[in-house]
Design a protein around this ligand. Structure first.
Ligand SMILES: *[C@@H]1O[C@H](CO)[C@@H](O)[C@H](O)[C@H]1NC(C)=O
Ligand SMILES: *[C@@H]1O[C@H](CO)[C@@H](O)[C@H](O)[C@H]1NC(C)=O
Ligand SMILES: [Zn+2]
Length: 478
C-alpha cells in the first residue's frame, strides 16, 4: 500500500469510530440513522476510491460531469467524508413460530412500526431482528400475548465483532507467497476476490479466463471467471453468489469452488472437466463492500435516490425480468425487498441479462448461492406453481442434499421456493428457468439461524466442502 492509501485508510478508520451512531438512543418507531452517508457515485472513501472514478475515455454521464467539476476544483484534496458504521449493540435475533395467526399479525405490525426486521423464515417460522431500543417493548408484547420465542442472538454486535477475526501469522505468511490474498479462513474484501480471479487467469491461461460483464452502480466490475478445457461437446453451468450483500458465506463458497477446480483441474473427474464453468462470485459488489465498511446487514444494491424519500438500493433478487412485480416483492423503495423501478432496472441484473442474451452458450444449469436456512430450492418462486420437469429438479436436488449430508452432516431441505419458503417474484432462479435452463437452483447455505447472516469465518471451509460434494452430484447429472 502506498503511504497515501495508508493515510486514507487511517482517516477512514478514525471517522468510522468517531461517527458511529448510537442506535440505542433511538425512540421506538423512529427510523434508524440514514445508512448512506456515502455520496453517489464515485465518492467512495475506503482506500480504493480511485478505481471508481470515471476514466477520461469513458462516455460522459451526468454523474461523471459533476464529479469532474468537483475534482478539477481541487485536484489534490481527498474527498473526506463520513462513513458511518452502524452499531448493532444490544440488537437481538429471535426465532418465532408463526403457526398462530395472532403471531403473524403482531409480527407484521412490529415490522411496519420498524421495531423489528425480518431475517428469514419459512411457512411456519420466522427469524426477526429486534432493534435494541424496542427490546423492552417487544418483549412485553410477547409476554402479554403469551408468545414463545428462542433468542438466537443475544447481542448482535458482539457476533459481528467475532465473525471475521484476522488471519494468524502462518496464514499471513502463506498469503504473501501465494500470489493472491484469498483464503477460506476469512471473509475477504472485493479486491482480494477479484485479485484471486485475475491471478488464476494469469496462472492457468489455457483453461481459465476472466471477463467483466458490466459494472455495478458505483462502477465496480462484475467479474466472471470461466474454467474450460475447450472441448466441443462440453455442457455449461453458470454459478453466481453475493446477490444479497450481507450473505458473506456465498462469495466465500463460490470462490472455494473456483479454487478447487482451478488448482486441481488435471486430476478432476470427467464430470467436472466435461463442463464449461462460469462463475460470478459477487453479483452485488457495491452492497458487499458496503457491508464490510458500514452496515454489516445491508441486503440490497446501492443505487441511490429511489422514491421521494431517496432510499437507497433495490433487492436484486426481486429485479429479474420474469413475472417481475408479483408476490413477495415491494414497490416501496425503502423496503428491503424493493424490486426496483422495472425489470432489470439495476445495472447488476441488467449486466447478467445482457450476458445471457448475447452469449451463444447453452447452459444446462444455473445455481445461485444465498444464505441462510439450508435449502435447495427450485422454481417457481413467483407463486405456488411447479415447472413441468419439477420431478427431475426434485430428484437431483435430493441427491445433492444427500451428498451434502454424507460429507458434512448438514441437512438441506429440497423443494420449490414458493412451496418451502414463501412466494417471491423477480428472482434470478425463475428468470433462468424461463430461459430454458433446466437445472436451476437457489441454494440457501448454512446455517439454520444460530448465527444467521453472521456465520463465523471458521464455518467457510466445512460449508464449502459439503456443498462442493453437492455440486459434484449436479455435475454428474447435467
Ligand atoms: C421452518 O423453520 C423451522 C425453524 O428453523 C424448522 O424447524 C422447520 O423445520 C422449517 N420448516 C420447513 C418446512 O422448512
Ligand atoms: C410499546 O410502546 C408503545 C409506544 O411507545 C406504547 O404505546 C405501548 O404501550 C408499548 N407496549 C408495551 C407492551 O410496553
Ligand atoms: Zn439471499
Amino acid at each position: 500500500m502506498g503511504s497515501l492509501t495508508v493515510t486514507l485508510v487511517f482517516l477512514y478508520a478514525v471517522s468510522a469510530v468517531l461517527c458511529t451512531p448510537f442506535i440505542n438512543q433511538l425512540q421506538p418507531g423512529q427510523e434508524w440513522p440514514a445508512r448512506s452517508s456515502v455520496k453517489q457515485p464515485y465518492h467512495q472513501f475506503d482506500g480504493t476510491e480511485n478505481e471508481h472514478k470515471p476514466e477520461v475515455a469513458e462516455p460522459k454521464t451526468a454523474a461523471s460531469e459533476v464529479e469532474k467539476e468537483v475534482i478539477s476544483d481541487e485536484p489534490q484534496a481527498p474527498l473526506v467524508e463520513t462513513v458511518e458504521r452502524i452499531d448493532y449493540s444490544g440488537a437481538q435475533v429471535w426465532k418465532v413460530s408463526t403457526e398462530d395467526v395472532q403471531v403473524q399479525r403482531l409480527i407484521k405490525k412490529l415490522a411496519t412500526d420498524k421495531l423489528i426486521a425480518s431475517w428469514g423464515g419459512n411457512h411456519s417460522s420466522i427469524d426477526i431482528l429486534i432493534k435494541p431500543n424496542a427490546l423492552e417493548n417487544v418483549t412485553a408484547m410477547f409476554r402479554n400475548g403469551d408468545i414463545t420465542y428462542d433468542i438466537m442472538i443475544d447481542d448482535l454486535q458482539q457476533r459481528i465483532n467475532e465473525e471475521n477475526p484476522p488471519l494468524d501469522e502462518n496464514e499471513l505468511e502463506l498469503q504473501d507467497r501465494r500470489g493472491h490474498r484469498m483464503t477460506w479462513k476469512q471473509y475477504h474484501r472485493l479486491e482480494d476476490i477479484h485479485g484471486f480471479m485475475d491471478y488464476l487467469a494469469k496462472t492457468y491461461p489455457s483453461i481459465i479466463s476472466v471477463n467483466t460483464i458490466g459494472k455495478s452502480y458505483e462502477g465496480r466490475e462484475l467479474k466472471i471467471l470461466r474454467i474450460s478445457d475447450g472441448k466441443a461437446g462440453n455442457k455449461a453451468v453458470f454459478i453466481d453468489g453475493g446477490i444479497h450483500a450481507r450473505e458473506w458465506i456465498s462469495p466465500a463458497v463460490v470462490t472455494y469452488f473456483i479454487n478447487q477446480f482451478a488448482e486441481n483441474f488435471d486430476v478432476e473427474s470427467d464430470d467436472i472437466k466435461n463442463i464449461d464453468w462460469y462463475f460470478l462470485p459477487v453479483v452485488n459488489p457495491d452492497g458487499y463492500e458496503y457491508t464490510h465498511r458500514s452496515d454489516r446487514l445491508w441486503r440490497k444494491n446501492r443505487k441511490y435516490g429511489y422514491g421521494p424519500s431517496t432510499c437507497t438500493g433495490a433487492d436484486l433478487n426481486r429485479n429479474f425480468g420474469y413475472r417481475w412485480g408479483g408476490k413477495g416483492s415491494s414497490s416501496y423503495p425503502c423496503s428491503d425487498i424493493y424490486r426496483g423501478s422495472g425489470p432489470f432496472s439495476e445495472p447488476e441484473t441488467k449486466a447478467i441479462s445482457e450476458f445471457f442474451r448475447n452469449t451463444a452458450v447453452k447452459f444446462s444449469a444455473y445455481l445461485t448461492y444465498h444464505s441462510y436456512g439450508q435449502y435447495l430450492l427450485y422454481p417457481w418462486g413467483y407463486d405456488n406453481a411447479l415447472p413441468a420437469d419439477h420431478k427431475d429438479l426434485d430428484s437431483v436436488g435430493k441427491q445433492m442434499a444427500e451428498a451434502i449430508r454424507k460429507t458434512g452432516g448438514s441437512q438441506y431441505k429440497v423443494g420449490s421456493s414458493s412451496g418451502l419458503l414463501y412466494p417471491a417474484a423477480g428472482g434470478s432462479d425463475d428468470w433462468a428457468k424461463s430461459l430454458g435452463i433446466k437445472y436451476t437452483y437457489t441454494v440457501e447455505l448454512s446455517d439454520t439461524g444460530r448465527y444467521g447472516f453472521v456465520l463465523p469465518a471458521s464455518y467457510i471451509e466445512p460449508v464449502a466442502r459439503e456443498n462442493l460434494a453437492g455440486l459434484r452430484v449436479l455435475a454428474s447429472q447435467v
